[in-house]
Design a protein around this ligand. Structure first.
Ligand code: PLP
Length: 420
């Protein structure tokens, strides 16, 4: 078994124990990661920097993120500094290509507002399984500009149909936008599939956008090798960066001038000239107005842990735990919505169960946190803070609930909560 050392677990702060005083089992990395142990100190650093330096903090604050580096950093430069130092290594991206963003939605909006996208064709190829930040954005812009969505139905397992996508990509394709990991299936596109789609798109002069929210931070990536033009993702979930912290990668040399750019993305922000001029650093054009600084203080504490441990080791740990979960699922005769082969498996698993909402609520009363979808799927992601014993404990509870039906009496909470 390739599991991480238990020391990694102690680098996170854990929720209060369950009613029997046992540590709770948090399997919802796909929604919001556990809090890294260094976060309280970083938030204190924010309040102290604000107090001590006031307005001058925009120019320079102590480097809390890489204190040994000697790099000068201020609130102004944080979105690019943190992206170079922490996000680029997650993606295998070169320095100068990534920037922090408030959320994926904003990055996609910026991209769609750039004439260089519409100039390439009249269609955006997406699957019907994209997250709304992509799927809805594409449709909303289509009533404003000459760029129509071409929505390709997923296959019978809810996964991207690579052949149908490749067929849909053609001379009219301005951009193809697909998820690296499907959020409703946990299915990971293989490297071969990503390259096939990128190549087909490029052959017709289009841009290739990969939404890697659930792949970045869970496995080593190399966006250049995958031939991606734009990669979107966030730090809220597996990277434990909390909300307000997402990022975008823009391939080196790609000319994009979003019209949604703000004065923080202007070439001369303090010149306050009447005419806007795009910043020479393309990624900065993805900034709007004044950036939200407080969230950046804790943005990369989780990334620091993951990079320290090594993304290969993170991936091996997750695969070992999902192997174990799948063995339990097979014992219980449960169907699995996620792909079984390791090359197509992400860090999250979806199991098919009747009354999934009730089971999810019941597990909560046992201190085991998963989530449920459509009352049909139980979703779980054993991550770096989880152990094999926790996977066993969860499946013991599932086994006993399914055998006794005790979960069917659970009070079902409003399931429209944070289950993205
Ligand atoms: C594939 C995918 N993309 C994007 C997001 C989040 O988008 P945003 O940052 O706009 O909230 C999620 C959230 O779960 C997701 O699963």
């Amino acid at each position: 078994m390739k599991l991480l050392s238990p020391d990694v677990r102690s680098r996170y702060r854990h929720p209060d124990p369950d009613r029997d005083d046992r540590p709770v089992v948090e399997f919802r990395a796909f929604t919001h990661g556990l809090q890294p142990a260094t976060v309280p100190a970083m938030m204190e650093a924010f309040t102290e920097d604000w107090r001590r330096f006031g307005v001058d903090a925009w120019n320079e604050v102590p480097n809390h993120w890489k204190p040994q580096s000697g790099d000068a950093v201020g609130w102004w430069s944080l979105p690019t500094y943190l992206a170079d130092a922490f996000v680029a290594p997650l993606l295998g991206a070169p320095t100068g290509t990534c920037i922090l963003q408030p959320h994926v939605h904003w990055s996609v909006q910026c991209l769609l507002s750039a004439p260089e996208v519409a100039d390439r064709g009249s269609e955006i190829v997406v699957t019907d399984g994209e997250f709304p930040s992509v799927l809805h954005s594409v449709q909303q812009w289509s009533s404003l500009i000459d760029l129509q969505p071409r929505i390709v139905p997923s296959d019978e397992h809810g996964r991207p149909d690579i052949e149908a996508l490749t067929d849909a990509i053609g001379p009219e394709t301005a951009m193809t936008a697909v998820s690296h990991v499907g959020f409703t299936t946990g299915a990971l596109l293989t490297d071969r599939d990503v390259r096939t789609l990128a190549e087909a798109t490029h052959r017709h002069g289009g841009l290739f956008l990969l939404d890697g929210y659930h792949s970045a931070s869970t496995m080593p990536l190399n966006v250049e090798d995958l031939d991606v033009d734009v990669f979107t993702g966030g730090l809220l979930k597996e990277a434990s960066g909390s909300s307000g912290n997402a990022f975008v990668y823009i391939r080196d040399g790609l000319e994009i001038t979003p019209r949604l750019t703000g004065w923080f993305g202007d070439a001369d922000p303090f010149g306050f000239r009447p005419e806007p001029e795009p910043h020479q650093d393309v990624r900065r054009r993805f900034l709007g107005g004044t950036t939200s600084v407080a969230s950046m203080y804790h943005a990369v504490e989780g990334v620091d842990i993951l990079l320290d441990v090594g993304l290969d080791a993170v991936r091996a740990h997750c695969l070992t735990l999902t192997d174990r979960a799948l063995e339990h699922a097979a014992d219980l005769d449960l169907s699995v919505r996620s792909p079984l082969p390791r090359t197509e498996r992400s860090a999250m698993l979806l199991l098919e169960v009747d009354h999934a909402h009730a089971l999810c609520e019941h597990l909560k009363t046992r201190g085991i946190y998963t989530d449920s979808r459509k009352n049909r799927y139980l979703r779980m992601a054993p991550f770096v803070w989880n152990t094999a014993a926790e996977v066993d404990r969860a499946f013991d509870a599932i086994r006993s609930a399914l055998a006794s039906g005790e979960h069917l009496d659970s009070e079902i909470q409003d399931t429209a909560g944070p289950v993205t």
